[in-house]
Ligand binder design. Sequence first.
Ligand code: SF4
Length: 339
Amino acid sequence: MTTLEVRGLTKVFSIRSGLRRSALRAVDNVSFTLTPGRTVALVGESGSGKSTVARMIARLEKPTAGKITAIRPDGTPVGGRAYRDHVQMVFQDPFASLNPFHTVEHHLARPLKLHGRARGREETRRMVEQLLERVNLTPAADIAQRRPHELSGGQRQRVAIARALAPGARVVIADEPVSMLDVSIRLGVLNLLARLQREDDLAVLYITHDLATARHFSDDILVMYRGRVVERGPADEVILNPRHPYTRILAAAAPDPDARDRARLTEVPDPEPAGGSALPGDDPGCTFRDRCPSAMEICARLPEDVAVGRDHHARCWLHAGDGHGARPAAGGATAERPA
Ligand code: SF4
């Protein structure tokens, strides 16, 4: 069992446009904890920074600032090579993440051997087949000899999940794991991830822009907007009682979260206005204010992260008390009184 602590995670990219250079703050001071047996969903539209967070946790991207620490149950940090054994990633695109020239057996045997979990041909073959059976790919001996192009998209993603488990993963970062799959098979893959999480007591970060599955498959939800976490809390609380104006827009646009037919997992429409908006940058204020129906003058300043319920926080001036003299901005709708 491994806990993953993320503190003050920040990523600034340097962008060159002709002779000009500028800084793009893609992730700004993000903190959360992944604990064994629980799933945290990181929700947001394209460009919100959620995949950059995933890539930094998987050590595919170096943070500009902040700390990511994997901790064993006895309190000792997991470092170096062991970190890569403990923390594994499932990518969005199962077509690109598997080498078309190699068999399924090769894809799974390699991490088993590299991470010292299997020795000798027989033991490796047996463990490969066990992994395939765990992800419901049977007959395992037959599947093991196939190449990626001989599998469906859903089967490929199951192989990718088995490959993440092969080194003995304790923390799984699933970056939009079903968004490229046919709608009819998404539920099966998400149910598989949920079962493996229960069986192995995994700590899971589920990155998605689908609020319905975020609520159904997660214990807690973090909502990201332009690099910042704007709301966080228990999944039901965030979806059924959203407090940040951005989350409210997302929740209002999402399909009925109580709908029984979970097979119809429609993605949340991107509420980005026509023509898009600026990339996340070094905005000193609330980055949502150009789209917020409740924007006020004070929103030009960065709002604090404040408690709006039990374990429920929002970063919005509407909830920062009434001592700021906040008034609606010109053209903005009348703001509700701070809670
Ligand atoms: Fe941001 Fe202000 Fe709108 Fe809150 S009310 S989301 S702080 S613009």
